[in-house]
Design a protein. Structure first.
Length: 335
């Protein structure tokens, strides 16, 4: 299947996180056909009921090309113009899957072996697929993880520290606020303190950041709120412990902070002859824990349009990514 057609076919299969079964079956069948022509092995690696990773390899997988099958909602069908393919997953990460598969086919046709492709579930939520794969390594020494980086090799990526901030109060009629205790007021005070936390900086990764993503609470305009909640995301560039302590101090006496997720910042592999960048987003790489080899990160498309209704990937970058992935595999096989 031609590269751009494969990209569109993958986009058109809805695979919002926890609903990856259909795209997994498609990839299993497609890779099985390639494996039958090139003496490869394809398998489903169970993660949860009706959720599985797809692994294909030819010989011993010294190098593994990997990205994720799932997408964020809502599903958006594929469309294209002269220069771009649009739709949910166009750059994050259906186009990357297509480029990796075509890179694999080109390598096989030129006689290259001892590499594999691994497509996982759940990256957009909790990296369930990567965590499962980390428990079942296959001896790979190098992992090329695909995320949108405009085909530049990422030298590092920020981590993530997510909290749920909750405040409690006492309901009362808003005409007599002195009889109650506003949870919303407490939450706002806590959030103001959180916004004032000085974020660490790193010479490579840059400045850490804090985002207040959601706020909810209260019952009605004429009721003093007895509960309120916010979700915050901190992008880490260094050790999370000082940030954790700062969060605890900021909310003390005002609210409770429950840690939901912590993914550390990571420094990534370098290779000669590749344009480089640094990315602020997180990926599956920390959850692999090095079990599939030294990590590299690169993919077509821009993270700036991922997760938007206007998500797209430039056709030119898809074609370039095929050549870049092949170059990376060849270079790493001789490392």
């Amino acid at each position: 299947m031609e590269l751009l057609e494969l990209t569109r076919r993958l986009i058109d299969i809805e695979s919002i996180t926890r609903n990856e079964e259909q795209v997994g079956e498609f990839l299993f069948a497609h890779l099985s056909e390639i494996a039958s022509r090139h003496q490869g092995v394809v398998e489903k690696m169970d993660v949860e009921p009706r959720r599985f990773n797809v692994l294909a390899h030819w010989g011993e997988p010294v190098v593994t090309l990997s990205t994720h099958m799932d997408t964020v909602p809502p599903h958006v069908a594929a469309r294209e113009d002269e220069d771009r393919i649009w739709g949910r997953g166009a750059c994050d990460a259906k186009g990357i899957i297509a480029s990796m598969i075509h890179a694999a086919e080109g390598l096989l046709e030129s006689g290259v072996r001892n590499f594999g492709v691994l497509f996982v579930v759940g990256e957009e939520k909790n990296s369930a697929g990567a965590l499962a794969a980390a428990c079942d390594p296959r001896g790979s020494r190098f992992l090329i993880n695909g995320e949108p980086s405009n085909n530049q090799l990422a030298l590092g990526s920020k981590g993530a520290l997510r909290y749920e901030i909750t405040a409690s109060g006492k309901m009362a009629h808003s005409a007599y606020p002195e009889l109650g205790e506003s949870a919303i007021d407490k939450l706002l005070d806590a959030l103001q303190q959180l916004r004032g936390i000085p974020m660490p900086a790193d010479p490579l990764l840059g400045q850490g950041t804090l985002n207040i993503g959601t706020i909810s609470g209260g019952r009605a305009p004429n009721v003093v709120a007895d509960s309120a909640c916010a979700e915050i995301m901190i992008r880490l560039v260094a050790d999370p412990e000082p940030v954790r302590r700062a969060v605890a101090r900021a909310v003390e006496g005002r609210a409770d902070a429950r840690e939901i997720l912590c993914i550390p910042a990571v420094m990534l592999g370098r290779l000669k002859g590749f344009d480089t960048t640094v990315v602020a987003y997180t990926s599956d790489i920390p959850e692999f824990g090095g079990t599939w080899g030294k990590p590299f990160l690169l993919g077509p498309g821009s993270i700036h349009v991922a997760h938007t209704l206007d998500e797209y990937v430039p056709k030119r970058q898809l074609v370039e990514a095929v050549e870049i992935y092949q170059k990376m595999v060849r270079q790493l096989l001789t490392a």
